[in-house]
Design a protein around this ligand. Sequence first.
Ligand SMILES: [Zn+2]
Length: 430
Amino acid sequence: MKYVFKNAMILTMNNGDILKSCDVFVENGVISALGSLNTEQLQGAKIIDASGKLMMPGLINGHCHVPMTLLRNYADDMNLQTWLFDHIFPVEERLQGEDIYYGSLLGIMEMIASGTTCFIDMYDHMNELAQAVEESGIRAQLSRGMINTGDGPDFSADARLNETIDFYKRWNGAANGRITGAFAPHAIYTCSPAYINAILEEAQKYGAPIHVHLDETLVEHEDCLKKYGKTPTEHLYDLGVFGQKTVAAHCVWITEEDIKILADNKVTMTHNPSSNLKLASGIAPIPNALKMGVNVALGTDGASSNNNLNMFEEINLAALIHKGVNQDPLLINAMEALKMATVNGATALGMDNLGVIKVGAKADIILIDMDKPHLMPVHNVVSALAYSVQGSDVCLTMVDGEILYDNGEFKTIDREKVSFGIKKCYERLF
Ligand SMILES: [Zn+2]
C-alpha cells in the first residue's frame, strides 16, 4: 500500500528541523519522499489530508511489561519490595498464555492510541506476547525476563534460559523485522552472578542484546554494596554484561562513576519517571547522565506501576521533575525530553532509521490533531508536544507503512474481542 500525507507540519526529530506544508510519501513501509510530490507519485496512493495536524515519528517506549495491564490499579501506594514480592509475583505465578495475549493486546491498543509505535519489553509467556505484536502490527523488542531458582553453576537445563534461547531463535527478525529479541536477566537481586554468566554466554553466542533492571531502589544499591563491595552498575560491568548492547531500566541510584561506565560502554539507560515516582524509588540523575554522554531513552514501565502506558505523560514528567528537584528551570528542555522518546529509543535498539522522519526511515509515524483548545495557539511546536499535548490528541498511528489506528478506530485489533478476553482473564485471575 502506498500513502501520501498532504500538507503536514512535521517535527522531523532530524536536527530539530520543522517542515511546514510538507507532503510525505510512504511506500513499502518506508518514507520514500518528502516535499511536494509529483503526479506520478500520487497515482495509486491513498491520500491522507494532514492539514491542521502535526506529524512526528512514533514514540518508542524504552521499558515496559505490556501484559501488566491486567494488574492495572491492583496494588498501589506501597514500596517496590512489598509491591513486587507480596502482590505482583504471586499473581504472575498464575498467569497463563491467554492472559498474556489479551493483556498485551490491551496494552498495545493503549499505546497505539497514544502515539507509541515501538516498545522494549521483558515478561513471561513470550510466544503469546509476540503473537499479539505480530497481529497488531506494532514494533517491539521482546525478551523473557529471567529470575534464577537453581544454584548452578550448570544452567544448561534452566527452563527460563532455554525459553529465552528458543524464543530468540523463533522470533528475532519476525513479522517483517518488526519483532526483535533480547536476553533479559531480570535484575541483580533476582539473578546470581553465576546465572548472569550463563545468560551472558548464550547472549554472546547469538549476538543478542541485553535488557535488565538496574539500580532501581536504594535497597538494591545498598544490598549490592554489602554483598559484592560494588555498585550494581560496577557489578554488571565486572561480569561483562555491557560487552553486549544493553538497555538498563531505571538507574535511579547510579553514581558519577557508574554514569562514566554506562557512557563508555554505550549502555542505554531508560528513564521511567512515573514508575519511579509512584514506587518512590527516587529520581534518576538524568541531566548529569545526558551531560556525560549516556544515551537516555524513556519508558512507562508496566501499567501496574504507572498506571498507564501513555508516553506523552512520561515526556511531560521528564521535562518537569528534574527542573523541580534541582531548582533549575534550564534542565531537560522540551526537545531533550522528546529525543528520549524517539531518537534515543531508536539508538537503544541500534536502528538509525527509526525515531525520525526522513527519506529512508521506517514509516513509523503519528499525527496529532492540533485543533484543540488546550493546544492553541501554537507558538512553539516542540513546547506544545512536551507541555500541552495529551496522548489522546493522537489521531493516526502508522507502523511499518500500515495504519494501525485512525480517529478512534483500531484497524488491526478487534476491540470487542479484546474486551471480552480481558473480562474472562480478570474473572479467572482475581
Ligand atoms: Zn520494569
